[in-house]
Design a protein around this ligand. Structure first.
Ligand SMILES: [Fe+2]
Ligand SMILES: [Fe+2]
Length: 290
């Protein structure tokens, strides 16, 4: 892992500088972890554990999301002329495809029915990459907390938690890479194009927030037959995991886990601030009983 020890003065390189580009690319390539989804040691589950796993409604959505993200990210490598950053984006595309493969391996091993998603071709390389990246900033943040909850509550047996641990850590790397890439990308633009880029990012973030607010508002309301809780499933999954948890506690857990997962990476990289900032604000606003 590319780590700058805490006792060494670490200064972040200027955004968009060759040092920043090198740091961005090297951090991502050097922290890649090898594993083969098709060779995972799937634990033997008891009848009850298996039934619980099969009842979770989000497998289809999870496979579809990873399919869209992997195709979007792989295509976005073309945006980059710099070989190191391009290689890092290609590697992220590979890792996203590996997440989809891992889900396919899990669902086929435990005989959970899913439809193979149709091939996805992004329409606009940059906008789709930005949309997927900002979406991951929200989804992964909630997934960190939910994963910790499932681990603590014993909903998933420890052996299954172990299989998915590298996926969670990879998502932390992805959002760390993405927030630094967005800043790097903006700095590469001529000054007069930067405001439009900022506006586009702001608009995409607003769309992602609006979609999650819609999901949050529908929580607790009766769902139409067959609707399930697939969209933004990381927001609704705590209900499916059967855990008795308040939103307050879940947000706190997401924040702690987010910090823990980011802590090991090079201190000179900019950390994600938007989603943890929203979570901190919500924690102050909502009572602990909610
Ligand atoms: Fe993923
Ligand atoms: Fe990812």
């Amino acid at each position: 892992m590319s780590v700058v020890p805490a006792n060494i003065e670490s200064e972040s390189p200027a955004i968009g500088s060759p040092e920043h580009r090198h740091l961005l690319g090297r951090f991502f390539l050097d922290t890649h972890v090898e594993y083969v989804p098709e060779r995972m040691p799937w634990p033997k589950l008891g009848e009850q554990e298996l039934a619980r796993l099969r009842r979770l409604p989000f497998w289809q959505e999870a496979v579809s999301t990873e399919n869209v993200t992997s195709n979007t990210v792989a295509a976005a490598a073309e945006l980059e002329d710099d070989p190191l950053v391009r290689k890092a984006i290609e590697l992220q595309g590979f890792e996203e495809a590996r997440h989809a493969r891992l889900l396919v391996a899990l669902t086929s091993h435990y005989r959970i029915a899913i439809e193979p998603p149709p091939p996805f071709a992004p329409r606009s390389l940059e906008s789709d990459f930005l949309f997927a990246g900002f979406g991951e900033c929200f989804d992964s943040f909630f997934a960190f907390g939910l994963f910790a909850l499932a681990r603590e509550s014993g909903f998933f047996p420890p052996a299954l938690v172990k299989v998915f641990e590298p996926v969670m850590q990879e998502e932390a790397r992805h959002i760390l890479f993405f927030v630094n890439w967005v800043q790097y990308r903006r700095a590469q633009l001529p000054w007069w194009r930067r405001p439009a880029f900022r506006l586009r990012c702001g608009w995409i973030i607003l769309k992602q927030v609006a979609s999650r607010v819609r999901t949050a508002r529908s929580l607790g309301k009766p769902q139409p037959q067959g609707a399930g809780s697939s969209e933004n499933f990381t927001l609704t999954a705590h209900q499916d995991l059967g855990a008795q948890v308040t939103l307050h506690r879940l947000l706190g857990l997401c924040l702690t886990e987010n910090e823990r997962r980011m802590a090991g990476y090079d201190a000179r990289l900019r950390r994600p601030r938007l989603v943890p900032g929203i979570a901190r604000l919500l924690l102050r606003l909502i009572p602990a009983s909610v």
